[in-house]
Design a protein around this ligand. Sequence first.
Ligand SMILES: [Zn+2]
Length: 125
Amino acid sequence: MNCPCCSGKSYSDCCEPFHIGKSTAPTAEILMRSRYAAFALVLEDYLWETTTPLARKFHPKQEYKSWAIANQWQKLEIVNTPSFNQVEFKAYFVDEDGENQIHHELSKFERMDGKWYYAFGTFLD
Ligand SMILES: [Zn+2]
């Protein structure tokens, strides 16, 4: 299957090794892609584990799960990577009312002990 992160690669050559813990995402952008794919595949454990320990209290696992299930994830577009730890993206999805939505966010990531984590995001128009 094609990777849900829209890289054009197969899932096994793209985000699957990160999802199953075989390797870790080498850059913030690759982590971002793997987290989008995790929403599409409803992998709430992965989403929670790749959130900084400090930010986890704002992102309970169940919330990741219900947000992942509620929407149909259509497409990820990386808009810009303004620095090594920031990624601007647009996530295209159909919400539970069948409406097309675009989630446009500038996400900040942190690297700790050689692993990347999602820290927080700023919503953009
Ligand atoms: Zn991927």
